[in-house]
Design a protein around this ligand. Structure first.
Ligand code: GLA
Length: 391
């Protein structure tokens, strides 16, 4: 981290003249272990923060200008926004729509940004990988604004501000999982979060000498152009049908047996399968955390595998790339569990792999993927880290 701090401070000085009064910050990315597409259905999720993430350097200005620079998009140069003008999303602002959405969200919540700032970012999460590079930028920006302007908001509120900006400024109807996992991350722990109540519990990730390996499909996707919002709508329609039979607030309120009894009320077969995924996945997540706490890693891994099948067959968000990675992973010895993670439609898989089999895993899965898909996947053996911090 200290090496990266020096890199970003030096770059800040090069781009913005000097780094006097500038401070360096970090916010992680996240990976979800199980509980996919449950967060906007009032279900449970089980994500954790990573030690890779977004580094930032910022300083307050005396005028109303905001200047943004990303080391990941150097070709775009410095992008400036004048706070005297109306803050609104636009295509030409590119990645700046994410930090700007946070400025907008703070103001919407009554916290005035009375002066501009200079902000430089450098992320080491692969873009569009499904490890939440955008939520990482959102939480980092919120964390920085809190520090610069002295706003009294908790980390949990920073997560909600991030989600609000993503929903209302950037137009993706995401749930709370990503921003929550990032803002509330804890080293070596995953977060068991009930998205209906925001009650949460940290569970130590005791993996018995196994590691979390992420395989990135390198199939780019953005939630905006994916079928994410469509899936959300299908679940809402299914819920509305079920609500004619039973008094529930969300799909997460139902167990499997009650769903099976009531499902004929959902006339559309596709919507039926979407709801089935949301309901079964929520129950799987609760079981998986129970298994992990009981030290039954094998059962945890099997539930991860079941999760993938449900995302593939019922929710239909995997696609050839993710299925190829997971099918190949399931064949490698020492793989405790493997599934797609995040929104799907490209992005990454997450696997729990015994230490001694990791090299073989990377070779076998990598070779199969390249042979079947025609380009390479990237692999990351990741560590579980803390939430945002000042460096
Ligand atoms: C994206 C969204 C999350 C969540 C996942 C799917 O990462 O941002 O809110 O819905 O997809 O589990």
């Amino acid at each position: 981290m200290s090496e990266m701090k020096e890199i970003v401070l030096n770059k800040f000085e090069e781009i913005f003249g000097d780094a006097k009064e500038a401070k360096a910050y970090f916010a992680p990315g996240r990976v979800n272990l199980i509980g996919e597409h449950t967060d906007y259905n009032g279900g449970h999720v089980f994500p954790c923060a990573l030690t890779i993430g977004t580094y930032g350097v910022a300083r307050k200005r005396t005028d109303k200008m905001c200047r943004f620079y990303s080391m990941n998009f150097e070709e775009l140069g410095v992008i400036a926004v004048d706070l005297n003008e109306e803050i609104k999303p636009s295509e030409k602002l590119n990645w700046v729509n994410y930090p700007l959405g946070i400025v907008w969200a703070f103001e919407q919540k009554g916290m005035k940004i009375d002066a501009g700032f200079d902000l430089l970012l450098n992320g080491n999460i692969p873009n569009g990988s499904g490890l939440s590079s955008s939520a990482s930028v959102e939480v980092l920006t919120g964390f920085i604004l809190r520090d610069l302007y002295g706003f009294e908001v908790t980390n949990q509120e920073l997560a909600l501000i991030g989600q609000f900006s993503e929903n209302k400024f950037n137009g993706v109807n995401c749930g709370i999982m990503d921003q929550f996992a990032i803002a509330m991350g804890k080293k070596d722990h995953a977060i068991f979060l009930d998205t209906a109540t925001l009650q949460y519990e940290y569970a130590p990730l005791k993996l018995d000498g196994a590691k979390i390996v992420i395989a990135c499909s390198n199939k780019k996707r953005g939630l905006g152009d994916s079928k994410y919002n469509e899936r959300r709508q299908e679940c809402e329609d299914a819920l509305a049908s079920l609500q004619t039979m039973v008094d529930i607030k969300s799909l997460g309120d139902l167990d499997e047996a009650t769903y099976e009894k009531l499902s004929p009320v959902i006339k559309d077969g596709t919507k039926c399968r979407r709801a089935r995924h949301a309901i079964y996945e929520n129950q799987r997540t609760i079981q998986a955390v129970g298994a992990l706490k009981a030290g039954n890693l094998k059962a945890f891994g099997q539930l991860m595998n079941e999760s993938h099948k449900s995302l593939r067959d019922d929710y239909e968000v995997t696609g050839k790339e993710l299925d190829t990675l997971v099918d190949a992973a399931w064949k490698v010895p020492g793989v405790i569990g493997s599934r797609m993670t995040g929104a799907g439609f490209g992005g990454c898989t997450v696997s729990i792999v015994k230490q001694e089999n990791i090299d073989e895993f990377i070779k076998e899965v990598g070779d199969t993927y390249e042979k079947e898909i025609g380009y390479k996947a990237d692999f990351y053996v990741v560590e579980i880290g803390d939430g945002p911090c000042v460096l």
